[in-house]
Design a protein around this ligand. Structure first.
Ligand SMILES: CC(C)=CCNc1ncnc2c1ncn2[C@@H]1O[C@H](COP(=O)(O)O)[C@@H](O)[C@H]1O
Length: 347
């Protein structure tokens, strides 16, 4: 590992946009494939390698394959613990995972068990002494429609109250070309009024101007991607003004956007636009397993693409603390951790 790689691995980091089933590593996939050899699933079906690109549709097919491999409580526990451990090994000190509760009649998995099992994994990692704080966002998959969205919010509300602060919010995700955002407004409004934080995938693809206007009125607490918000990308100044006025941080995932072909090349990534505006942006992985990346690599990629110094990258990772959904006390602990680690990282 060269000095740059070591720096970005040791840099303390915050990960705020990580879909659980998209974050499953090669090694964990191997274990899952060994558990279910009859499915005949190969690595080429669950990950997009270096230099490869796929259409958005093809990317969403990958998740369907992964879901076949992860369909019991035992799988979810293993996957969640492995993902948390890998983020910790990558220098992530605070992680917000997000996942869509699923039920599987064949294995008896219920949506309640699904969330319960992820919470169990978070608690076990904590008791094993891993140096990482983890919270969970319950995800709404747009494909499943408004009724399921409302059910999901109700489930999240129950867990927000019973999980000792581990369930903190709602994520709106899934194929952005399916289902108009307006159908999800009642569920999202209920979530917000009930104290759940909102992270919404917004303007991930082109021509979602009207939907983005509508969802920004909530307003959400964070935005996933926001690729086509600004005028240069076919968005509008009015959308940008709303985001800026409300100070809504953006979760930006470079490799994901390149491999999913919503951004043509790294140097044209919208990170540049928002960073130059001085607006809060948080570098994230999205699906570290599917896109074969990790957060250190994403930080290094941003630095090399946009010519940012190690000092500037430190500042970026530190500013991400202000964007987390956990309570104020956690923010303070993380800020202290960053201060303590500074001399070690810049030795
Ligand atoms: C296609 C592409 C470039 C993907 C990256 N951008 C994404 N945009 C929207 N939803 C996503 C994305 N990546 C993962 N997801 C959501 O996360 C799910 C997988 O994680 P989980 O089962 O919720 O634990 C997917 O089924 C999908 O609903």
């Amino acid at each position: 590992m060269d000095d740059e790689c070591v720096f970005y691995r040791e840099l303390p980091k915050v990960e705020l946009h990580a879909h659980l089933n998209g974050s499953v590593s090669f090694q964990t996939m191997e274990k899952l494939m060994n558990r279910k050899p009859h499915l005949n699933i190969e690595h080429s079906m669950t990950a997009i390698g270096k230099g490869q690109r796929r259409t958005l549709d093809e990317c969403f097919e990958v998740f369907k394959v992964i879901h076949k491999l992860v369909d019991t409580e035992e799988d979810i526990l293993m996957v969640s613990k492995d993902v948390i451990r890998e983020f910790a090994e990558d220098g992530v000190k605070y992680l917000e995972l997000r996942s869509t509760p699923r039920e599987e009649q064949r294995t008896g998995l219920t949506k309640t068990n699904y969330i319960d099992t992820i919470i169990k994994a978070i608690q076990q990692c904590k008791s094993e002494g891993l140096d990482i704080d983890v919270r969970l966002l319950v995800a709404i998959d747009r494909r499943n429609g408004m009724e399921v969205a409302m059910e999901t919010v109700k489930l999240a509300e129950e867990f927000m109250l019973s999980s000792d602060g581990l369930v903190v919010g709602i994520d709106l995700s899934g194929d952005p070309t399916v289902g108009h955002g307006k159908y999800f407004l009642p569920a999202l409004e209920r979530a917000k009024n009930g104290g759940l934080k909102l992270s919404l995938h917004l303007s991930e693809v082109q021509s979602q101007l009207e939907e983005s206007e509508l969802l920004l009125n909530l307003p959400p607490d964070r935005i996933g991607h926001g690729t086509f918000l600004h005028p240069e990308m076919g968005g509008s100044q009015s959308l940008v003004d709303k985001v800026v006025k409300n100070g809504i941080p953006l979760e930006l995932c470079l490799t994901s956007n390149i491999k999913g072909q919503t951004v043509p090349m790294f140097s044209l990534h919208h990170f540049k636009y928002w960073y130059q505006l001085g607006h809060p942006t948080v570098i994230c992985t999205d699906d570290k397993g599917v896109f074969c990346t990790d957060l250190s690599q994403e930080y290094q990629l941003v630095a090399s693409t946009f010519g940012l110094s190690q000092k500037e990258m430190w500042k970026l990772s530190q500013q991400a603390i202000d964007c987390i959904f956990a309570e104020e006390a956690v923010k303070q602990q993380l800020k202290k951790k960053w201060q303590d680690l500074h001399p070690q990282v810049f030795k």
